[in-house]
Design a protein around this ligand. Structure first.
Ligand SMILES: [Zn+2]
Length: 310
């Protein structure tokens, strides 16, 4: 029998469920999305996921494509072996302690593999995106918080209780701000989009901007306050990147998330500052690059992960 070639990837986000038919080579044969009913009971969300998966399977069947597995990313901590969402997730009211894998498997009669959405994005980028298939990759997303995932020897690193690779909660200041996680001086308290916006609004208290896009626009126009915020951002992100280089010595560090959409120059500026901060042996041949798959990384990674577990 030939190797399984196609899986359905599902990416459960706060506003939409994205789904698609993905090949083992990272092609998307078909994709669609439906709204996430984030305030509804878990059963409602499960049924929407089931409908999405069935629709994709039907389309694949009509095209003579055999689906071998379903992969799915969800916000929150996931016990990957049992396919259970552990605890809860901030943007969903009742999406907590859900046994996702057995529920979907019994209805779809296909193997289902679930993981945290940041891990799925990292896996997608490592395999098919900016990682170009490298076996050791660290993916950092600069968004509302700082998230990401670590791929070691082609496998996602999750820690002993699926709580590993919380990159945003590495401390960069022992005397820093207290974080909601309980830690002090967490990276995301200083370098997330949220932190950038707070920093900017503190410098210009008479206006309340709401997006880092505004800061980058004003930076490009040469505004002093925006320049200060962006220069600090580059500095602070580079310290975290240097830590990652020293700890993991990856072949590729991928920087994604909304803030990275500022452009390749932004990632290049981070790389230029980070490389001299890390040990020379940890920086030889490393590539520090911008994420390439955008919002398709999650479903591609989910499909790839499901195929990798068959
Ligand atoms: Zn923290």
């Amino acid at each position: 029998m030939s190797a399984p070639q196609y899986a359905v990837g599902l990416d459960l986000g706060g506003t939409a469920i994205k789904y698609g038919i993905c090949s083992a080579k990272g092609e998307i044969l078909h994709e669609s999305q439906c709204p996430t009913q984030a305030d509804q009971p878990a059963e409602v969300i499960l049924n929407d996921l089931l409908t999405a998966a069935r629709e994709a399977i039907d389309i694949a069947q009509k095209n003579g494509t055999a689906i071998s597995a379903i992969g799915m990313g969800t916000p929150g901590s996931v016990n990957v072996e049992s396919g259970t969402l552990m605890g809860n997730t901030p943007n969903f009211k009742l999406w907590k302690n859900v046994k996702i894998k057995p529920w979907l498997e019994s209805r779809l009669n296909l193997p289902v593999w679930i993981d945290n959405d940041a891990n799925m994005m990292a896996f997608g980028e490592a395999r098919y995106g900016a990682g170009d298939g490298a076996s050791n990759v660290a993916c950092i997303t600069l968004g509302t918080g700082i998230g990401g995932g670590i791929v070691i020897d082609n496998k996602l690193f999750r820690g002993s209780n699926y709580a590993g690779s919380e990159l945003g909660h590495m401390s960069i200041r022992y005397d820093g701000i207290r974080c909601r996680c309980g830690g002090i001086g967490c990276w995301e308290m200083y370098a997330s989009a949220t932190a950038m916006i707070e920093n900017y609004n503190r410098l210009k208290p008479n206006e309340k901007i709401e997006s880092t896009i505004t800061i980058f626009e004003r930076y490009n126009a040469g505004e002093a306050e925006a320049t200060q915020v962006i220069d600090e951002e580059i500095q602070i992100v580079s310290i975290g990147v240097a830590n990652m280089l020293n700890i993991f010595n990856p072949q590729v560090i991928i920087i994604g998330g909304g803030v990275s959409e500022a452009g390749d120059w932004f990632v290049a500026a981070i790389a230029e500052k980070a490389l001299p901060l890390a040990m020379a042996s940890a920086t030889a041949n490393v590539r520090i690059v911008r994420a390439r798959l955008g919002n398709k990384a999650g479903l591609l990674g989910a499909a790839a992960f499901a195929l990798s577990r068959l």
